[in-house]
Design a protein around this ligand. Sequence first.
Ligand SMILES: [Zn+2]
Length: 95
Amino acid sequence: MKFGLAKIPVQNTFCSKCSARIKSELLKIQDITNVSLYPTDSLVVFNFIKANELSTALNTLTDLGYPPEGDRLGSNKVLPICSHTCGRYVEGEVA
Ligand SMILES: [Zn+2]
């Protein structure tokens, strides 16, 4: 079994709460494993097996409001940005 490694920089920042949500959504996709999120770099890393699983994962990220860098979005599309005051203050954590 050969795994691909995806390192996806996304356009929006996310906090540790958002990371947990993104991770659980990605893990619902079959054959997506080892999901790691790096909030300080806005980077999402995971293993996948087939290319179509990678594209499903990218669609999931876009749906969650974290489109991959380089994706062009319509100017009328408002991104749902994290409501946890992302990147500045995380409840219960010292940055
Ligand atoms: Zn958040």
